[in-house]
Design a binder for this molecule. Structure first.
Ligand code: ATP
Length: 301
């Protein structure tokens, strides 16, 4: 196992941030942690990359105890934290080279890797640019390049694509999949369920410090949802009426959207016949539906 946690627990004063968490991440997989804000994802990651100490429970990374071997573990890790913590007084390339020094990487090797990684992240023409002149997407790509400087076996990414435009998100996804093909293990948190579904072999859904389910995206969808979804965008005035008339169908609501679930698409015929003018989308069930069902706090069946 690359990461193995048993009954992991973290408390900050009176706040229980992580409670009785079991986790197994196998080599070469992309493992996703998802959950609402405050669920405990970042705290879990920080324990794994050895900057927060567990209150109790076991946690091993590369088979090493995080309390006894933080230096050895950190040497084999790459971290993309939630915040952009680049050095604003240095250029793009200098940020990578200074980072290489922490790992004792010789200067000539660091220079070659810096060049190679900036090309890999499509930042080759920005090597000498000062950090404040970079866009948000460039900074995020630079942080990923920095996380690769020590040729890590495991990369930990805390919301790697939050706030980025679709082109940059796709570039980052492509790069992450390429790293996975090279055998590097990825652990990521995200609030984008399409991202988790696209990248992750396994997803753990957390809520209020606890794991509520874990599995591949397909397993989670099969286990919790009927296969078809009719998504309706309903005027607030009509919501109660639609729900009352079709309450026999499995459903959930989120804001102005109503979601009805069925084993076959024909189960929605009466509904679409009764409200032909409502904007609607018929689609297969997704990880987002599972997420809403397990962590949503609005109307449920
Ligand atoms: P988000 O999606 O918003 O990043 P998260 O799932 O990563 O949330 P955490 O940041 O791990 O959640 O927070 C879990 C809980 O622990 C929250 O209640 C948070 O307020 C609390 N917490 C996190 N860090 C600290 C800290 N340093 N001191 C006190 N409480 C903390």
């Amino acid at each position: 196992m690359i990461i193995e946690a048993g009954s992991l627990h973290k408390r900050y004063g009176d706040v229980v941030a992580v409670d009785s968490l079991d986790l197994e991440v196998e080599p070469g997989m992309c493992y996703g942690l998802v959950g609402p804000n405050g669920a405990g994802k970042t705290t879990t990651m920080k324990m794994i990359y050895c900057i927060v100490e567990p209150t109790s429970g076991s946690l091993e990374v590369f088979g090493l105890d995080v309390r006894a071997h933080p230096r050895e573990i950190k040497a084999r890790l790459g971290v993309v934290p939630q915040e952009n913590n680049l050095d604003p007084d240095l250029s793009t390339c200098q940020n990578l080279r200074v980072y290489a020094r922490y790992f004792g990487i010789p200067k000539d090797i660091a220079a070659a890797r810096c060049h190679e990684l900036l090309e890999f992240m499509h930042l080759g023409d920005r090597a000498d640019a000062p950090v404040p002149s970079l866009s948000g997407g460039m900074k995020r790509r630079l942080i990923l390049a920095r996380a690769l400087m020590n040729e890590p076996d495991l990369i930990i990414l805390d919301e790697p694509t939050t706030g980025l435009d679709p082109q940059v998100r796709h570039l980052i996804w492509d790069r992450l999949l390429e790293l996975k093909e090279r055998g590097i293990t990825l652990l990521l948190t995200t609030h984008y369920m399409d991202e988790a579904q696209k990248l992750c072999d396994k997803v753990l859904i957390m809520d209020e410090a606890r794991s509520i389910d874990v599995g591949s995206p397909a397993e989670l969808i099969r286990g919790h949802m009927l296969p078809y979804v009719l998504e309706l965008r309903v005027d607030r005035k009509l919501t109660a009426e639609v729900l009352e008339r079709f309450r026999h169908l499995e459903h959930q609501a989120s804001g102005q959207n109503l979601y009805f679930y069925g084993n076959t698409t024909s189960e929605f015929d009466d509904l679409t016949g009764a409200y032909p003018d409502i904007e609607r989308l018929l689609r297969p069930a997704s990880l987002e539906d599972v997420f809403l069902k397990l962590t949503g706090r609005e109307i449920r069946q």
